[in-house]
Design a protein around this ligand. Sequence first.
Ligand code: NAP
Length: 279
Amino acid sequence: MEKIILDGKVVAQKIKENLAEKIVSLKENGIVPCLATVLVGNNSSSKTYVRMKGNACEKIGMKSIRIHLPEETKTTDLIQTINELNNDPAVHGILLQHPVPSHIDERLAFEAIDVKKDVDGVTSAGYGQTALGFGKYPSCTPAAIIKILKFYQIPIEGKHAVVIGRSPILGKPVSALLLNENATITTCHSKTLNLPSILKQADIVVAAVGKPKFILGDWLKKGAIILDAGYNEGNIGDIDYDSCYEVASAITPVPGGVGPVTIATLLQHTVESAEKHNR
Ligand code: NAP
């Protein structure tokens, strides 16, 4: 069986090449696409993620504003910071890094983001638009998963896609995007019974569980297409790569799979937001 390694670095590079020209043309009109990242607290993974996102912006000629608020920040103070970014015409995208410390009402903070600058699809309006099929900026990881499938010309229509995870930024929106692409969807979660027997029916598997090496090759149908969104400590995905590799016809590695495309998608959404600002 032919096996395809779904190389996220290649997909990300292609996206960034397409963006480079757009960034030059925006700059000629005096606009530098700008992403503001907001990090609250000292979660070391979150620190790494926002650093990667900021660096990716700068590398491609965009601007990044990096706001780091202390652990004890109150919800109201975070919302005030977000409002300042909403009102700053030089900012085109706002990314509040998830998760925020538990004393903060994360949903309220996400909802404070102006939907026009919600480049990671975290507001309920952004999510709703995505689900209805006209979303400008779906959450970046779900959008990245669709981009990978399309880049490798993997048919989605009519396929049975099983998504493991139903979080608002990953499992739910990726289910919605796959549905919009005419897949038949099963969304699984912690209360799902007989997960392995459901996975046995899957043509496309999206792992979004947050548990290292959780999905085993034995559970999968031969020839399944596997997209591992998981990113656990030690660069380990949510699938057991070695056993899943044996049965898969296409598979994303971790690292170098969904992650780089997520970042490239974030840049793309921010550039598109800047282009709207320019019009
Ligand atoms: P999350 O909010 O913790 O959600 C995890 C989901 O998995 C929940 O819906 C949960 O079900 C479900 N789940 C937990 N245990 C399960 C089990 N035993 N069987 C079936 N489902 C189970 O996590 P997330 O934010 O969606 O992130 C998921 C993973 O993706 C993490 O590894 C994260 O690091 C990664 N991630 C990667 C990127 C990227 O760019 N590559 C971006 C975002 C996240 P319940 O709803 O019932 O609790």
